[in-house]
Design a protein around this ligand. Structure first.
Ligand SMILES: [Zn+2]
Length: 285
């Protein structure tokens, strides 16, 4: 089987830097490519709304809604209510992107932690998949996810199990570590807890050894692929704005690392995305 089988598990078609013409052009490119499904991630109330609009416009587009830690200093309780309401939309498949960013947000650590915990509680009460952004805050992110019950037995019981390589059912906490940049040890710890590791452009970078090691050590059943477009462009296009169809180069790299045929890797990674976000595996219309 060939064509329309790529899953982009985190991208920003809703990117505020696009005008409508540019957005339509990006969408056309995706429609014409092998990308079968994208998750359009919001990072504020406005961009989450935009992501929902995209999802209403394009059959192959689904939305994630949430407030990014970069907005930790300015969000309101009403914003959280809006996000919670959006979770009920038929094409909203996840809460995100949410998390901690201590690389850019050194001055707002306390506010970020509070915003993260509040959103995780919303995610827990609705039992929806969560999409986690973490930068320079690996240990604290893991601690908070544990404390808020994201890896609890109750949480895992809310979702169907997945099969490991030996065909045994293992729990799935529906926690996506978006563009994972931690160590292989941390990745394995997350997987053992029931999380899913999402791999983006850095796996193709010359200095991407750490991410290559993650892909080596984490079974492919626990990996998803994403572009984070327009950011984090993979080689050989690094330096230009990223686009969803470039994801093919990320999957090629994963297939190479895993010593698999490209088509086989693509197929498994597509199935992983559909399962994680509860999306039926229809071919693109
Ligand atoms: Zn992103």
């Amino acid at each position: 089987m060939r064509g329309n089988m790529i899953f982009d598990a985190h991208t920003h078609l809703n990117f505020e830097g696009f005008d409508e013409e540019e957005r339509a052009q990006r969408a056309e490119e995706i429609a014409a490519s092998d990308v079968g499904i994208i998750i359009d991630a919001g990072d504020s109330v406005a961009s989450s709304r935009k992501a929902i609009e995209d999802a209403e416009t394009y059959s192959w587009c689904y939305a994630a809604v949430g407030i990014h830690p970069e907005h930790a200093a300015e969000y309101t309780e009403e914003d959280l209510t809006r996000i919670e309401e959006m979770l009920a939309h038929r094409k909203v498949q996840a809460l995100g992107e949410i998390g901690l960013d201590f690389h850019y947000g050194k001055d707002t650590k306390e506010e970020q932690i509070e915003l993260f915990r509040k959103q995780l509680r919303i995610g827990m009460s609705h039992q929806v998949p969560v999409m986690i952004h973490t930068r320079d805050a690996n240990q604290l992110t893991l601690d908070i996810l544990k404390e808020e019950g994201l890896f609890s037995e109750e949480r895992k019981a809310a979702f169907p199990t997945r099969l490991n390589a030996s065909g045994q059912p293992v729990p799935d906490a529906r926690v996506q570590l978006h563009c994972f940049s931690g160590s292989a040890e941390l990745a394995k710890e997350y997987v053992a807890l029931g999380a899913t590791i999402s791999i983006g452009g850095p796996v193709t970078f010359k200095n991407g050894r750490k991410t290559v090691e993650v892909v080596k050590q984490v079974p492919i059943e626990f990996i998803m692929t994403e572009t984070d477009a327009p950011y984090l462009t993979p080689e050989p296009f690094r330096g230009r704005p990223n686009r969803s169809p470039y994801i093919e180069h990320i999957i090629r790299r994963i297939a190479l690392i895993k010593d698999m045929e490209y088509e086989a890797a693509e197929e498994i990674l597509y199935a992983n995305g559909c399962r994680f976000f509860d999306i039926p595996r229809d071919e693109k219309e």
